[in-house]
Design a protein around this ligand. Structure first.
Ligand SMILES: Cc1cc2nc3c(=O)[nH]c(=O)nc-3n(C[C@H](O)[C@H](O)[C@H](O)COP(=O)(O)OP(=O)(O)OC[C@H]3O[C@@H](n4cnc5c(N)ncnc54)[C@H](O)[C@@H]3O)c2cc1C
Length: 462
């Protein structure tokens, strides 16, 4: 519990209406989208200016109060689960798009800007901000940068990291640190931007972010390829890439996911298909048409039973909206949904799909699989009920096995959801004891009192 006198100091910084301690509010901010036990904070603070944000961080540090920054709380790794009695800093009071520079193709934003709002604002000017996590309608740029979020377009356009030109952030003492610039190139000082992207609120708090924009592609074409065999669908993904075609998006859905999504969204997906691929190509019209014809031919030669090209933008948008609803659709089926994002080199995707099926059978679990197959990033999704202890034990074993399989194939524990609380205990498995030591020393040097989102990325000592 935070003393009233200290709460009053926070209120002096952010205003009486922007600091809360009621039980309901504390409960609301005790969890996020990950399957991690909730933890009740002691105070919620909502700064509305950069100055107030810096002062809030400083006050936390002066009082050794652990703080967790929260954008929309959609992360899937427990990154915004606070410490008991700690402070949650919400960024939805800092949601201004400060600049969209058309001549130099960049945007400057506050951390609380919603991803889809930025994408729409730049699109209105003929520009493109490609990172598009499935949560983009609510997720924030601060959260995307702190998680190095990916999305459906990662295959062709990369992830958030590839668009961050610079960041301004508050260190733990509330000093404003600036890194990067509005220029295409910048070799001044340490690459602190690189360090901060994906740091999950453990090294500093973003106040402003400079993002690269690119020209909006002139033409887009989407298609849906239906398969009677899961293996053939995943082999087709590898075949498309091997044929040197780089679609903007190449998504995979297994039968379980297709049925769940169709029941949820009524988008006209084929419920009896073993698997389907959703492909979108973009770029110059002539190139798109040529690549689309090659993808269609490849799908058919690999055994697709049908390939439907979206006839207009409405049909295309309907299918993508359905795909984006996959997680929500699956979440309705059981009380607990564990969404993993183990990622493998894309040529190993067919093996990984088979391995996941094997693991589901081994532990008698329901695992739906969908994901950004084109970049090897699958989302095996385990449907369960955490209250069923016996089943939950099997779920934990299945997760271990999924990670082991991914690592054996030269993959990674997380393609895009971050480490947070959920995966920190596995970190050494993928990296090394030296990596943990180096990371711990870095953290200690930059945050000696360990107040910046403690326990995320580097596991808290038992
Ligand atoms: C339905 C659904 C679909 C999803 N699809 C995808 C997907 O396709 N790709 C993908 O990568 N992820 C996806 N996610 C996960 C999630 O949306 C992303 O991790 C996203 O980047 C989180 O944004 P947020 O604003 O919700 O951040 P939060 O969850 O609020 O925070 C995430 C992390 O960022 C830190 N943070 C937030 N703001 C700041 C700041 N100003 N300074 C420092 N640290 C900060 C937090 O402390 C936390 O560690 C999905 C989640 C859901 C629920």
């Amino acid at each position: 519990m935070i003393a009233d006198s200290l709460v009053r100091q926070f209120k002096t910084i952010v205003g009486d209406d922007n600091a809360w301690t009621d039980a309901t509010d504390l409960h609301t901010y005790s969890y996020d989208a990950a399957v991690v036990d909730p933890v009740q904070p002691g105070l919620i603070v909502r700064p509305t200016t950069s100055e107030a944000l810096g002062k809030t961080v400083r006050l936390c540090n002066n009082n050794a109060l652990p703080l967790t920054v929260r954008g929309a709380g959609t992360n899937l790794s427990g990154g915004t689960v606070p410490l008991p009695g700690g402070v949650v800093i919400v960024t939805n009071g800092m949601k201004a798009i400060l600049e969209i520079n058309e001549a130099d193709m960049y945007a400057v934003v506050q951390p609380g800007v919603v991803t889809a709002k930025l994408a729409a604002a730049v699109e209105a000017k003929g520009l493109f901000y490609p990172p598009d996590p499935g949560s983009q309608a609510v997720s924030t740029i601060g959260g995307n940068v702190a998680e190095n979020a990916g999305g459906l377009r990662g295959l062709k356009y990369g992830v958030t990291r590839d668009y961050v030109m610079g960041v301004s952030f508050f260190d733990v003492e509330g000093n404003l640190v600036k890194s990067g610039s509005r220029t295409v190139k910048c070799a001044t000082g340490y690459n602190l931007t690189g360090l901060m992207v994906g740091s999950e609120g453990t090294l500093g708090v973003f106040a402003e972010i400079i993002l690269k924009l690119i020209p909006l592609p002139a033409h887009r074409k989407a298609m849906m390829a239906v398969f009677e065999s899961l293996e053939r669908a995943s082999e087709t993904v590898a075949a498309i890439i091997a044929d040197r075609i780089v679609p903007a998006t190449l998504e995979f859905l297994d039968n379980f996911t297709i049925r769940a999504v169709e029941d949820f969204s009524k988008a006209g997906l084929p419920k009896d298909a073993a698997a389907m691929l959703l492909v979108e190509l973009d770029g110059h019209a002539a190139q798109v048409e040529e690549d689309a014809a090659r993808v269609e031919a490849l799908c058919r030669s690999m055994g697709a039973t049908s390939v439907r090209v979206a006839q207009d933008a409405a049909e295309r948008d309907r299918v993508w909206a359905a795909r984006r609803a996959a997680l929500s659709a699956l979440a309705q089926l059981k009380p607990t949904l564990v969404l993993e994002d183990a990622t493998v080199p894309r040529s190993r995707l067919p093996e990984m799909v088979v391995a996941i099926q094997r693991i589901a059978k081994r532990y008698d679990l329901t695992i739906g699989t969908f994901g950004h197959a084109g970049d090897g990033n699958l989302h095996p999704t385990i449907l369960t009920d955490k209250r069923n202890h016996a089943e939950w034990e099997r779920v934990e074993k299945a997760i271990d096995d999924i990670f082991d399989e991914a690592l054996k194939m030269g993959g990674t524990l997380s393609g895009e959801h971050g480490t947070g609380l959920a995966k920190c205990r596995y970190l050494e498995k993928e990296t090394s004891a030296g990596t943990i030591l180096f990371s711990s020393r870095l953290k200690r040097a930059l945050d000696p009192k360990n107040i910046l989102n403690p326990g995320k990325i580097i596991a808290a000592k038992a």
